[in-house]
Design a protein. Sequence first.
Length: 243
Amino acid sequence: MKTAIISGASRGIGKAIAISLAKEGYTVIVGYCRNKAKAQEVCDLIIKDGGIAEAYQCDVSAPCQVRAMVEYSKAKFGNIDVVVANAGISAYGMLIDHSDETIANVINTNLVGCITLCREASKVMLSQKSGNIVTISSMWGQVGGSCESVYSATKGGIIAFSKALAKELALSGIRVNCVAPGFIDTEINSNLSQDEKNQIVADIPLARAGTPQDVANAVVWLTSDKASYVTGQVVAVNGGLVI
Ligand code: NDP
């Protein structure tokens, strides 16, 4: 049995990743923070399709909850073969308007949450001498986004972290890669008006918003044997917007 943990899989990109990995034969832990019903819907879809999935409540900004999710998965399913550190939140606005609380929340969810999940998963993967980790960054982690400075900082941090961890774990049979999505039409962008979305799409060389499935396809490839010689890389899924 192959097992995958995906944080923030109740909707959006994480949902597409969970469903896609289930189709690849993984037993999937569908991590969620607040949205139990949505996470259960994802599990139901997978189970209806003949797969195995379980929803697990885990606020990634709380290290004890991350540890508990990994320990639960290991105890219940044995190996942990794939971990996708996907959970994330945005913070839009001028830096001068960000409160201390907002800054801490974005860093603790996006960056610390990713690092903690990777650390806990690495403990299990090191004992197995195998595993695949995929982190989810953003094009703003590559080039910085105006009015998304703290978000960009967390996503840039994820890129550096993933490259470093890839070097640390390579000899132990564990690959670590990062996906940097561009503009993907999900709830995280619900602060944007339709006009603003159209303006972004107008700048995208491939002339459309990305879909959660576009990102999931990259994750499926990175975690497959077809990418067995790929580690420490950032795969940009952005329609050519950032090169
Ligand atoms: P959504 O807002 O659609 O989904 C966010 C997911 O993260 C939900 O499942 C949510 O769970 C979960 N989540 C939020 N806070 C926490 C937390 N503290 N602990 C655990 N889970 C949490 O966002 P997307 O699917 O668009 O984004 C997924 C990832 O992709 C994020 O890291 C985001 O930064 C990144 N990304 C997205 C882009 C886009 O344009 N959409 C572009 C580049 C990167 P719940 O439903 O329970 O609240």
